[in-house]
Design a protein around this ligand. Sequence first.
Ligand SMILES: NC(=O)c1ccc[n+]([C@@H]2O[C@H](COP(=O)([O-])OP(=O)(O)OC[C@H]3O[C@@H](n4cnc5c(N)ncnc54)[C@H](O)[C@@H]3O)[C@@H](O)[C@H]2O)c1
Length: 262
Amino acid sequence: MSDSPPHPLGLAGRHVLITGAGGGIGRAMVAAFAGAGAIVSGADQDAAMLAELPLAHRLVFDLTDAKASADAFANLAEAGAAPHVLVNNAGFTRGETLDQVDETVWERELAINLTGAFHISKPVAESMARRGGGAIVFIASVNGLGHYGNPAYSAAKAGLIAYAKSIAVEMGEKGIRANVVCPGSVRTPAWDHRLAKDPAILEDVISHYPLGRMVRPEDVANATLFLASPLSAGITGAVLPVDGGLTAGNLRFVRDIIERRA
Ligand SMILES: NC(=O)c1ccc[n+]([C@@H]2O[C@H](COP(=O)([O-])OP(=O)(O)OC[C@H]3O[C@@H](n4cnc5c(N)ncnc54)[C@H](O)[C@@H]3O)[C@@H](O)[C@H]2O)c1
């Protein structure tokens, strides 16, 4: 028997499935949950993204494919790793403004960011209900709370918030909690295409953030750990911005309009 005290987050030995595990935030989540003693499975669309990660199970499939998602969950359950915790973290956007959003962009961004989360959450939530409980955390965005560009992605992220609340309300009596994390700007590969166009963009980003910095992948991972753990046992249907204060108010308005004339 080990003399070490139980891990305070209460996630030791729990099965956790993280989608988009090979991305910038996903990698920080894998490290955080593994550090809390959880048994972590990672899903992504490309096996190479998962290769180096300390995962118990690697699930390679496209979340926009309903059958592939159901099959991946069935295989995981058969391996004895049906999740106690699901983190819906995979996401993607390229349609920056309304003029870039045509039918194709709209459908693709809704499919990846909203319908993809549904494809995996439905079988996982049903299995959690059979087992008597579980926790689901959706990684939405500040874009689901207000408009910061990327209209189709934003609509999908707002949809995730509504979907999480429906699980919280309808499945609460089954012991299932569903909560949402809304990150602000995080320097991950998701920013590479913007940085390629303008290497100075991150300095401009920072000037919008009351904390004077971008959000770190670890900030998102830590908030997710909390919402996945028994420490948040009384919290469901909640929407938690992890945004360096971006949605608390308009810093540039205060600086440019109020302070300058005070
Ligand atoms: N980086 C930011 O500034 C930021 C801000 C707010 C919210 N978010 C959200 O955080 C989450 C993680 O973002 P990130 O910055 O780590 O991005 P990332 O691009 O580094 O990682 C996203 C991961 O999702 C995977 N993925 C995308 N489409 C998929 C599909 N159809 N099937 C399976 N896997 C798929 C990708 O392969 C990738 O590994 C996303 O939901 C994103 O919308 C990011």
